[in-house]
Design a protein around this ligand. Structure first.
Ligand SMILES: [Zn+2]
Length: 192
């Protein structure tokens, strides 16, 4: 996936948003690979691919069923204007599994976190990239920490997903087995 065929766009209604930062795709992915390897640590692994019109990078902790998938929009073709919401980078804690037909699927285990591809306009271009990459690192480390907190189901050994209430709902967050409804095990052990 070379720099030639892919470009990042930072537009709202066709007008460039000045706070969006232009990080070349190779630099962005290169940074994620670097951070990812540092975060995954010894025994961890690192995978990447394309899902829809987004590329993703998976950072997989060693000996865990959970992983962090980082989605970033890289639009193919310079004439292709995207909404500015697509210029967010998403961090999703999830798991990869084979479905009944043997197809490999990604299942989110918690709500995603999102980071806009922006940096303060008053800084120099170099400083903007630096500030942006620092935020990227912080967000990735946070998501990675969350991935490590997902417990393994004591009943069946599957990874458990984080269920969080919507505004106005009176129940509190808990981990539920991802084999639901076959397994109805829940846990709050690793929640603060
Ligand atoms: Zn279970």
């Amino acid at each position: 996936m070379g720099r030639d065929g892919w470009s990042n766009l930072h537009t709202r209604g066709g007008v460039v948003n000045p706070s969006f930062i232009n990080v070349p795709s190779d630099d962005l992915l290169g940074t994620l690979r670097t951070i990812g390897q540092a975060v995954a640590g010894r025994g961890g692994s690192f995978e990447e691919g394309v899902q829809g019109r987004e590329v993703f990078v998976d950072i997989c902790p060693p000996n865990r069923q959970s992983r962090v998938r980082v989605f970033t929009t890289i639009t193919c073709g310079a004439g292709n204007v995207r909404a500015c919401g697509d210029d967010a980078i998403r961090f999703v804690v999830g798991r990869v599994f084979e479905d009944d037909r043997g197809k490999v699927r990604f299942q989110p285990l918690a709500k995603s976190r999102k980071m806009l591809r922006t940096a303060p306009t008053k800084l120099s271009p170099e400083e903007r990239v630096e500030v942006f990459l620092k935020r990227l690192t912080t967000n990735l480390r946070t998501a990675y920490g969350e991935a490590l907190k997902h417990p393994t189901c004591p009943a069946c050994g599957s990874i458990m997903g984080l269920r969080t209430p919507k505004a106005g709902q009176s129940w509190t967050a808990f981990y539920g087995c991802c084999a639901y409804p076959d397994c109805r095990s829940t846990s709050r052990s690793t929640l603060k």
